[in-house]
Design a protein around this ligand. Sequence first.
Ligand SMILES: [Zn+2]
Length: 317
Amino acid sequence: MPSRRVLIKSAIALLTLLTASPIAVQAANPAPVVATFSILGDMVERIGGEHVAVTTLVGPDGDAHVYQPTTADARAMAEAQVLIENGLEFEGWLDRLVNASNFDGIRVVATNGIKPIPFEESEGHHDDEGHHDDEGHGHNHGTFDPHAWHSLRAAVTYVNNITTSLAQNDPSNASVFYLNREAYVAEIEALDEEIQRMVDTLPSDHRIVITSHDALQYFGQAYGLKFLAPQGLSTESEASAKQVAVLIKQIRKGGIKAVFVENIADSRLIEQIANETGANIGGKLYSDALSGTDGPASTYLKMLRHNSTTIVSALGD
Ligand SMILES: [Zn+2]
């Protein structure tokens, strides 16, 4: 004999079936969206608000270069209506996950339409050992530098692509998404100007920034800083002794005051370089992931502001 509780539950379920039209159910339910890493996840939440339920695959302080998808990721993908990825071969593991999960929604490349920095022009990259493309191991040495979110101007393109896809997936809330987009872009543009003013205070001979891996070329290009890194574009690439020696020479010759660790990369090499050159550790930069909610870079905009103030206060007088 069914318990009282089961009977009540069945009655509620029946009532729900009788009263809710399919359209009403859809409007009440947030659209399941998958974002590949924390920066995109934050952008999607800003634009989608209560109308999206975002699953972020590579979370705060996570390294998307070397990520291994889980079965929970595959389940989230199977249910997702929209998938937002960075593209430019940043997520080398994504195609296999998509194929394995029967994803059947709208797939959006957030960098679509930006002007990517070609791999070869990436000055901080010292790849003396040649190029080893190894698709089978998820290496992501693409043709272009994938770290475009470090440009707030490129971020506007990210936001536009995300907005268009959410609106396409859920036209009944399109006007909300476009309003959210407008407010967000205004904040992005204000921060862009603020950072430019901040960086402009640095003397021209205090504009070289050393980080672990080569993630901040877009930031450098936007504001007039030069970024150098012992590791290449992916945290997977190994820094050779020769690359490190070249960098140490540059730091001594250029009188570079500070070097920076990253939230997603091993800090030991940077610490070693600091010891050998007498440069300070200027602080921690958030390169490929946000911080946790208690950290200084819990949103995309906080991350860009934190990185800028950290760099400018360490390299300024
Ligand atoms: Zn990276």
